[in-house]
Design a protein around this ligand. Sequence first.
Ligand SMILES: O=C(O)C(=O)C[C@]1(C(=O)O)C=C[C@@H](O)C=C1
Length: 363
Amino acid sequence: MSDIPINLDELRQRIDRIDGEILRLISERAECAQQVARVKLAEDAGAVFYRPEREAQVLRRIMALNQGPLDAEEVGRLFREIMSACLALEQPVKVAYLGPEGTFTQQAALKHFGESAVSLPMAAIDEVFREVEAGAVNYGVVPVENSTEGVVNHTLDSFMDSSMHICGEVVLRIHHHLLVAPTTRRDKISRIYSHPQSFAQCRKWLDAHYPHAERVPVSSNAEAARLIKSEWHSAAIAGDMAAKLYELEKIAEKIEDRPDNSTRFLIIGHPSVPMCGDDKTSLVVAMRNQPGALHDLLEPFHRHQIDLTRLETRPSRSGVWNYVFFIDFKGHVDQPEVAAVLDEVSLRSAEMKVLGSYPQGVL
Ligand SMILES: O=C(O)C(=O)C[C@]1(C(=O)O)C=C[C@@H](O)C=C1
């Protein structure tokens, strides 16, 4: 340890030297990405620049290489931003998300694509699907399930009518805070605004701390945050992004009842994604209403030892079959054992649609 300087000036000179070196290397990396773009264009005039499978591999490799002192997630986030900036040099990626600005879905979009992506808020989940389908944006981000409150039915229903692929997933830890404006009378809070799911996720905390406050459900946490700016007796439950956007103060942090409260979001888009080595596949299957249908559906997965990660049932809207099943499992459609299972499931079902194979969420 004798070569480690101990005075502040020397340490700062050392940091300046390291920063210069990091900058030189990041610039070299960015030039490489520009060359990648030229190669992609030479191969195909309609080239797709964003490559989720490659991004997942880059992030996993870096996180595995990391030996500290920063933790792997932190290092992953830094490289997420470097890649996001490199991709923006190739072609900025445009992403629609369930808005308004300041929602957890926006936070998920930025976590997945990085801050260099152009992100556009949409008023409803089916609008996100429509924007992607129409080609107005490259990708869309929608919530699909929460660990406390379960599935987001709107998203599953939108897949039934859509030709969109799932290109990725991102899981976000959801932390809710009780927020007030600078002018709020904190001892006089009589009304709390939030999204119904957030109320459900903070039920016990609210019963214990604000049993008499009126709970007013609104369309998003960000909308709740916006509303309280003009009401001196109201508070909002929302996350960090909304707090920052509307310059609100947190009077209680992390008030969700379950500390592992998280939401899974899906990335939707046109292109199908090649295998990255740690993939998931999502399917929607309509079964005829007969005894043993669910067993028939699941049996091939069991026999081929394919790991199911989720099974969700929705009433079918066609009227011909009673139920459709949404199934997620580990593996990619290009793997022979997965292809074999899909062939069998397709024969046993009334209808089957592969929604996409995509990298498992990394960060
Ligand atoms: O490898 C590629 O295809 C690239 O375009 C480079 C790169 C990167 O910066 O590493 C950038 C964007 C892609 O989404 C994936 C990776």
